[in-house]
Design a protein around this ligand. Structure first.
Ligand code: KG4
Ligand code: ZN
Length: 345
């Protein structure tokens, strides 16, 4: 079964064709990072306009890379929630139009589910039951799955998402958007023990990242001996390259520690065979190494290929395939609802 997956929930316009859930026939991603970098973050209106320009050529390129025509496609899947409304509208309109004109079964797909299913594109099948840490720019959740299409959120963030925290701390340090890769690169030359940062005290399996962001800001002000009213743009001018590297490494190590602590706790209560990382932050190499160290003796550990950690159409197609296998019926493309927020179910 060949599924065309379309993704446009944030700042990537992406489409892919995946056969039987795990074989990528083509995968095209057009990123708007360069456009948004000038503003230091995603501007929703600009994102929607860029999707309009890119969506048709991206889909055409996907078909041509796979050497297929639309007649060879068995189903079309698209991200319909959560995400930026203007961005979601463009991808869903394109997918609905394709489904209607060509009479192809249509499957709206939840973005976080798609991130989890990027792990089925790694060449090996994760085993159930499993724990998936969905760590992206908009979400931080631990999800327990007993089987395909069973999603139990057992931990979630009470404030900022972990990726958002990487992005905001990069801003404090004057590093370019997106913050995750910038922090990871700066941290290579840094000392992760230089600036001890507090681990937030949150009950059960939930997370909190807003305090960590403030803790970094205060630590920078203290290091430079400046009052707490000093704005970030003043701090950046005074930080040396080494101090930036040390702050980046210290924050990254703390974020990794928080995730490992919560995943460890989750394994005490949930009998998982596999542990999966999913979402943009799962591209982080230090995190991958530390998760391997902590869990590979007791669990099968899965990460998506780095290019599939961030938003792409292949994960959408894979998620839809396994939903179809689990019995999901096609939706009416005339009746689709998009939604900026929603929980995975
Ligand atoms: O999954 P994604 O592409 O979009 C959302 O669904 O949010 O995730 C984007 C997030 C951004 O916050 C970005 O800074 C973060 O993933 N990210 C990383 C890395 N690469 C991307 N965070 C840490 N380390 C990385 N290497
Ligand atoms: Zn995403």
């Amino acid at each position: 079964m060949k599924i065309l997956g379309i993704e446009s929930s944030c700042d990537e316009t992406a489409a892919a064709i995946v056969e039987n859930g795990d074989k990528i026939l083509s995968n095209v991603v057009v990123s708007q990072i360069d456009i948004h970098a000038a503003y230091g973050g995603v501007i929703p209106e600009v994102a929607a306009r860029s999707h309009i320009e890119a969506i048709e050529p991206v889909i055409a390129q996907t078909l041509s890379d796979a050497e297929l025509s639309i007649k060879d496609i068995d189903a079309v899947a698209v991200t319909h929630t959560p995400g930026l409304v203007g961005s979601l509208l463009i991808g869903t309109l394109a997918a609905r139009t394709i489904a209607v004109i060509n009479n192809i079964p249509f499957y709206p797909t939840h973005h976080l589910k798609s991130h989890i299913y990027a792990n089925w594109l790694s060449g090996h099948q994760p085993q159930f039951p499993l724990l998936a840490a969905v760590i992206s720019g908009g979400h931080t959740q631990i999800i327990y799955m007993e089987r395909h299409d069973h999603f139990e959120i057992i931990g979630t963030t009470r404030d900022d998402a972990i990726g958002e925290c990487f992005d905001k701390i990069a801003k404090i340090l004057g590093l370019p958007y997106p913050g995750g890769p910038s922090i990871a690169t700066a941290a290579i030359k840094g000392d992760s023990k230089k600036y001890p940062l507090p681990i937030p005290k949150v009950d059960n399996l939930d997370f909190s990242f807003s305090g960590l962001k403030t803790a970094v800001l205060r630590a920078v002000q203290k290091e430079l001996d400046l009052p707490i009213t000093t704005p970030s743009y003043e701090l950046q001018k005074q930080l040396t390259e080494q101090q930036i590297a040390d702050f980046a490494a210290s924050f990254q190590a703390t974020a990794v520690k928080i995730l490992i602590q919560k995943l460890n706790k989750a394994t005490e209560f949930f009998p998982a065979k596999s542990i999966l990382l999913a979402g943009g932050v799962s591209a982080n190499q230090v995190l991958r190494q530390e998760i391997e160290k902590s869990f590979s003796k007791t669990h099968q550990v899965f990460f998506p290929e780095p290019r599939l950690s961030t938003d792409n159409g292949a994960m959408v197609a894979s998620a839809a395939y396994y939903s179809i296998q689990a019995g999901e019926q096609a939706s009416d493309p005339y009746e689709l609802d998009i939604s900026p927020r929603s929980i995975i179910q």
